[in-house]
Design a protein around this ligand. Structure first.
Ligand code: PRP
Ligand code: URA
Length: 206
């Protein structure tokens, strides 16, 4: 399932991210803001449960989020989204998966994995700004399934049709949320029009 989240504020921040003159500071801020707004929109579908509380006036029944959450950024670029997601889900635990694309084959190479305990009964938001070939995100989703995760969603900012197809085929059970579906990949497997290398632009390592 692919769900494109459309909102004027998202479009505005996305344009800032795409623009090649945008500084790392402004790029980072836009990534964080987009992650916050996307999480807020995605959370419309999250179940709630009733609890009994006492206000200063009286006892009443109130609602809280039914799930516990884990955010898992795909390093490096996914790190830029974590603080934005945590603004909406402040009690979430954070796991990390380190993957980097080989520059020639474009296949992901794993270099780090650290996950919180008890992931099987928590809702997991895997975050990465870019879904290009889908190699990195598909590998990360498989690593989480292998570790016992059962309730996963994937949140990316810009996606390519090629990556959407791969995730839909490899992980038909995992919803993909994106703020934009771009045109295609170029010969270097970069998204067109895209925004260039998200990790380099977040961390000013161009
Ligand atoms: C980028 C991006 C994704 C991946 C997407 O990471 O953040 O993880 O590429 O490409 P794919 O869908 O073709 O796998 P990169 O490997 O450049 O590492 P970085 O985040 O450390 O820069
Ligand atoms: N990774 C990026 O950072 N950008 C792309 O366009 C593709 C992969």
């Amino acid at each position: 399932m692919i769900k494109e989240i459309s909102h004027p504020i998202l479009k505005d921040r996305l344009t800032l991210m795409r623009c090649k003159e945008t500084s790392s500071k402004d790029f980072r801020q836009a990534v964080e803001e987009i992650a916050t707004f996307m999480t807020y929109e995605i959370a419309r579908d999250f179940p709630t449960k009733e609890i009994e509380i006492e206000t200063p006036i009286t006892k009443c029944t109130a609602q809280i989020l039914a799930d516990e959450f884990i955010v898992v950024p795909i390093l490096r670029a996914g790190l830029g989204m974590v603080s934005g997601v945590l603004k909406v889900l402040p009690n979430a635990a954070v796991g990390h998966i380190g993957l980097v694309r080989d520059e020639t084959t474009h296949k992901p190479i794993e270099y780090y994995k650290k996950l919180p305990p008890n992931i099987s009964n928590k809702k997991i938001l895997v975050v990465d700004p870019m879904l290009a070939t889908g190699g990195s995100s598909s590998a990360a989703l498989q690593m989480l399934k292998d570790a016992g995760a059962k309730n996963i969603i994937f949140v990316c900012i810009i996606s390519a049709p090629e990556g959407i197809k791969k995730i839909s085929e490899d992980h038909p059970d995992i919803p993909i949320y994106t703020a934009a579906i771009d045109d295609h990949l170029n010969e270097n497997a970069y998204i067109v029009p895209g925004l260039g290398d998200a990790g380099d632009r977040i961390f000013d390592t161009l």
